[in-house]
Write a protein that binds this ligand. Structure first.
Ligand SMILES: [Zn+2]
Length: 238
């Protein structure tokens, strides 16, 4: 669907195909003789955008029912649809994409190389994303262990250090924020009767790491001085 002209939408599709977008449709489009691809306009919709989305949903459902081999991943419509792939679809996509060249453009090859988005633009995006995919809306909600796409993923030491640096001080989402009285009361009630610090590790974080103290008889101090690159200073403490 498009709110512009068919020609303009198709030009966007061709550009996405050229940029290497990985979907069954773009994989198909890349293989075609572009001069020979014909675009049909199925319906023109006047009125609110939601009607356009509804129309697309109806068309996709109808054509699928009729046996058309559509390449649409979702049932159509407006907004993020959280398409869930079956194991077979995933495997097929993996095979399609294996060894495919020219998809990611790194360094100077990237059209955005050396440029930065303005703070205003970044704030705008952050605002738009706020609360998106939270809780049950998150496609990975309730998935643990092998079920989770991040399962078995590990980061290099360098990547971990970079992430750590980026989230320290002003980069931390909680930097200079203080929980409300209400939240603090809740946290306090949850911990009532539990001795604090609750573990030797927590005691180490509070009394050694946070105060810059190192004790020879503390297991965690010793461990950290043995591997200074991967200290556990990021452990949360309240
Ligand atoms: Zn310690």
């Amino acid at each position: 669907m498009t709110t512009k002209t068919v020609a303009r939408r198709f030009a966007q599709h061709l550009r996405s195909a050229r940029d290497g977008r990985k979907t069954p449709f773009y994989d198909w489009l890349r293989k075609q003789d572009q001069q020979a691809v014909r675009v049909d306009q199925l319906q023109e919709v006047w009125g609110p955008a939601a009607d356009l989305g509804e129309a697309e949903i109806r068309w996709i459902a109808y054509l699928k029912r009729e046996g058309d081999r559509l390449l649409n991943l979702s049932k159509g419509g407006l907004g993020p649809l959280g398409v869930l792939w079956t194991a077979e679809q995933r495997e097929a996509a993996r095979l399609r994409s294996t060894g495919r060249k020219g998809l990611s453009r790194f360094g100077e090859d990237n059209p955005f190389y050396g440029q930065f988005h303005s703070p205003e633009q970044r704030l705008k995006w952050a605002d738009e994303r706020k609360g998106q995919y939270a809780g049950q809306e998150n496609p990975n909600f309730g998935k643990f262990g092998a079920e989770h796409p991040g399962f078995g993923h590990s980061m290099t030491v360098v990547a971990r250090q970079e992430l750590s640096k980026a989230r320290t001080g002003a980069g931390n989402p909680n930097f200079e924020k203080q929980a409300s009285q209400e939240t603090r009361a809740k946290m306090s009630a949850a911990r009532l009767g539990r001795p604090m610090p609750s573990s030797r590790r927590s005691a180490h974080t509070r009394h050694h790491t946070n105060k810059g103290v190192e004790k020879a008889d503390c297991r965690y101090c010793v461990e950290n001085s043995a591997t200074p690159s991967l200290s556990s200073e990021s452990e949360s403490e309240s």
